[in-house]
Design a protein. Structure first.
Length: 367
């Protein structure tokens, strides 16, 4: 898809999120998502480019000082890729053996609709597993293993299947984008992790540019690749940008509607973005955590602490580049993450956009 596609018209908020979520973009196949993003932000960014690994990087240039010194650099970062699948073999009967790309539990896979192929040519399919009448009683009580599953694309044999896919082809969940609950407050889709962050960054960049404000610092926006498979995009992008401060925008798993014990609640939907203190890849500087939370309080923006140590994100790579980067992660509480049906509260989108705008305007760079 090119930048002259239907997405060249400006989309904002949930409409933009819808376009991004529905696009095909597993790790390693982010080009279509990148095209939407570039179409949305190109009229507003002072500079925009793609690096060799596939990251999209945009810059809002701050005011230059009379002494011609280099302005401080603030980086916002969100990843474009989603979890998915890679075809590892094609059976003689035309079914596809696969492995997961990113962390997907086998229990959520049987019977799921998927899309398989590449950026330009894809076919629908369904994930199958051993038929129930062929399973032994002990097998029925256990979740299946991915090695025993396959993707059925309706091909009669290997020769027909190879007309559409090949070893190394990728796949994603096929999932509708719907709003539900009172006043459509909740959103269900695949890939909210992390098209949420990408949409926020697009809206934020345009908001700041349209405001006509001038900043004493440069503001970079990195839309990164391959977060789900090892943070390589963030590592490359942050090294090139060399930021002084970084804000990572993410989606974080929550279990706020399942009666989870308080120590594993993580965060609650509708209470604003969750600010991380510690996760499996990063210990966040207290000054960055406090800055974000106090800013939210000062502006009347809902925000909360992430209450459970879990997961990791691009901050794990960004905070370690060069001489180190003071980083904070701000996440949307998201139910059923890494499945075909992520669920987001629309209120948290608005709160996150408001908080990131305040950070962009009021960030300090005291050492």
């Amino acid at each position: 898809m090119s930048e002259t596609s239907a997405y060249s018209s400006e989309l904002y908020g949930i409409d933009l999120l819808r376009a991004l979520c529905l696009e095909f973009g597993p790790s390693g196949c982010e080009d279509n998502v990148a095209s939407i993003i570039k179409a949305q932000i190109s009229p507003y960014a002072d500079e925009i480019w793609c690096d060799k690994i596939g990251n999209v990087i945009a810059l809002l240039r701050g005011e230059r000082r009379k002494d011609d010194s280099t302005p401080k650099r603030l980086l916002f970062s969100a990843h474009m890729d989603e979890v998915g699948f890679m075809i590892r073999d094609i059976e003689s009967d035309g079914t596809l053996r696969f492995t997961t790309v990113g962390g997907i539990l086998p229990s959520v896979l049987p019977g799921r609709r998927v899309t398989v192929g590449d950026a330009d040519n894809r076919v629908p399919g369904v994930i199958g597993s051993k038929a129930i009448h062929l399973q032994k009683s002990e097998e029925r009580d256990k979740p299946g293993e991915i090695r025993d599953m396959y993707i059925d694309i309706g091909a009669k044999d290997k020769e027909e299947a190879e007309k559409y896919v090949r070893r190394g082809s990728f796949g994603t969940f096929e999932s509708e984008f719907i709003r539900f609950g009172k006043d459509g407050r909740f959103i269900k889709s695949k890939a909210i992790d992390d098209r949420f962050g990408c949409a926020i960054q697009c809206d934020l960049l345009r908001m700041l540019k349209k405001s006509g404000e001038r900043f004493a610092h440069d503001i970079y926006f990195a839309f990164t690749v391959r977060e789900e498979t090892g943070l390589s995009g963030a590592r490359v992008g942050a090294y090139a940008i060399n930021p002084d401060r970084a804000v990572v925008l993410e989606a974080t798993a929550v279990a706020d509607n399942t009666g989870a014990p308080i120590e594993k609640l993580v965060a609650k939907q509708g209470e604003g973005p969750a600010i991380s203190i510690l996760d499996n890849t990063t210990i966040y500087p207290r000054e960055m955590i406090d800055f974000a939370m106090k800013l939210a309080e000062a502006h009347g923006i809902k925000a909360q602490y992430k209450k459970y140590v879990s997961g990791g994100n691009d901050a794990g790579a960004i905070h370690k580049v060069r001489a180190g980067v003071k980083t904070v992660t701000i996440s949307a509480p998201t139910r059923y993450i890494h499945t075909a049906s992520n669920v987001l509260c629309a209120d948290d989108y608005d709160s996150t956009l408001a908080l990131t705008a305040a950070i962009a305007r009021e960030i300090t760079f005291d050492e």
